[in-house]
Every structure is written in structure tokens, then in C-alpha cells.
Design a protein around this ligand. Sequence first.
Ligand SMILES: C[S@@+](CC[C@H](N)C(=O)[O-])C[C@H]1O[C@@H](n2cnc3c(N)ncnc32)[C@H](O)[C@@H]1O
Length: 276
Amino acid sequence: MLQNKPDWSKIGDREESNYYVDYLDTVTHQDEIRRYKQKTYRLLGLKAGDRVLDAGCGAGDDVIAMAEIVGPGGLACGLDYSAGIVAQAEARAAEHNLSTEFRQGDVQALPFDDDSFDAVRADRVFMHIEDRGKALAEMVRVARPGGRVLVREPDWDSLLIDSDDKAITRSIIHAHFDQVIRHGWAGRALYSQFRSMSLQNIAVGDCSTLMLTDFALVDKLYGLSDAAAKFGAQTPEMKAHADQWLADLKTRNEQGRFFSAITGFTVIGLKPERAE
Ligand SMILES: C[S@@+](CC[C@H](N)C(=O)[O-])C[C@H]1O[C@@H](n2cnc3c(N)ncnc32)[C@H](O)[C@@H]1O
């Protein structure tokens, strides 16, 4: 679960990466996630013959999906910091006969020449990395003039959980995500970040909310039990509040009225053509 392995910037070997791939598969399985991912491919304007980079590609599903669009004359390249994740993505892509390539590397120092790709994307990666400015600059550098650059991020302060206790919900959730996510505001910061770069036609191309009503799934994805345990570890009084909070969520779930939601943002821009 997220709470036990919070550091997505340092995923180790193949064995450790199994946990992360399972987590990513659970996320990707959600309809809203599939919808926004499809929309990112459309916003990138991908067509047959294009070369596209997915920076922080995870299990490689987006690379495979984009390889289907760009066809045998194009290339969908996936890059990830974790060698274990890259190995899993490579194995997954090998089951398809598509034009794909995978590299281990850091989005903050991309191992590609300038102007190498028609389109570059990163999906739920910026919240984990140290220097988002460097990462975006690198994505722009490797895009060709006229190429598109796109980033999708959630905003963890937009995570809402319906509960009986507003104050405790805020305390538990905010403290937890401040601790386990390096840049919890990566989503809301994207527009400003793109505006500070030499990019054109910048737009928030998509904004959508993942709504979930299954406590066990939300607990797996967001680590609510762990958040409550950490909060409760501080004092006996806080433990009583945390236990009550968790019990309320579980009762709501049993009664079919558990509700959570989180919003994500997709921002896109165009690398300017070079002046003659
Ligand atoms: C939450 S996952 C998202 C994966 C994928 N983009 C998706 O949408 O399913 C974050 C990914 O970013 C990778 N990552 C973290 N820091 C990175 C960095 N500095 N450079 C490249 N990849 C990185 C992690 O290894 C992980 O696979």
C-alpha cells in the first residue's frame, strides 16, 4: 500500500517493483483514469509516424496505447527512473508487436538529444520528483519545435472524504499527504509552471475528478488506515478521534454511503518553432 512504500522516486529492484506495478494496475483499472489517459493522447495530437516520449512511464500501458496510435512507422518511448519498473514495462510491451522502446533514466536529466520527439508527456510523476522545473525544461528540450508537451497531476489537497467529523478529516488527510507526497500541490501548480516556460498555446486541457465509493479500494490507494494510525499515535485523545473516524468510514461503507473524490489537471503547451 502507498503508506508502506511512499517513495515513488526510489523504486528498487524487480521484486520491489511488483508492489508498485500492482498499485499502478489498480489505479489504471478505474474508468476515470482510463478516460483522462485517452484524452491526453488526443490532446497530444498523436498521428501515425510520430515519436512520443512518456517520462515516468510506470508499467508501460500508456506507451503501449500510444504505440498503437503512432503505428510501426513511429516510436513510443517509455522512460522511468526505476530499473525494476522499466523491466516490467518492457516485458509487458513485448507481448504486443508494436514500435516501443524503454530506457532507464531521470526526467530531470533526460538521456535524449534536443528536438527528439513530436510529443512528450508525464503522468502522475511531477508530484514525486525533486525539481519539477528541471523536469519540465527537459521535456521541452527534447520536444521538437512545434511539438507538444503535456503533464497530468492530481492535487492531493483536493482529496475529499465524506465523514461525520470535518476537523479530524482535514487534520488526518492533510498531515498524511504532506508526509507521503513530495509535491501534493503539483496539480494546481502546473498551469503557472507551464506559463513560466517558453511555451505557446498553454491550456488546462482537462480537469476531472476520480470518485470512489469503496472503502477498501480507497484505503489501498490512499492509505486511510495508515493515515489514521499515524494521527492516533500522537496522543491517546487523538487515537480515540482517529479510531472513531475510521469506524465512521467503515460504517458508511457497510451502509453503501462511503464517498471520496480527488481532482486532477492536465496542462499542455507547444514548443515554439525556431525563428528563421
Ligand atoms: C505514480 S507512478 C505513474 C506511472 C505512469 N505514468 C502511470 O500513469 O501509470 C510514478 C512513476 O514515476 C517514476 N519516477 C519517479 N521519479 C522519477 C524520475 N525522477 N524520473 C523518471 N521517472 C520517475 C516512478 O518510478 C513511477 O514509475
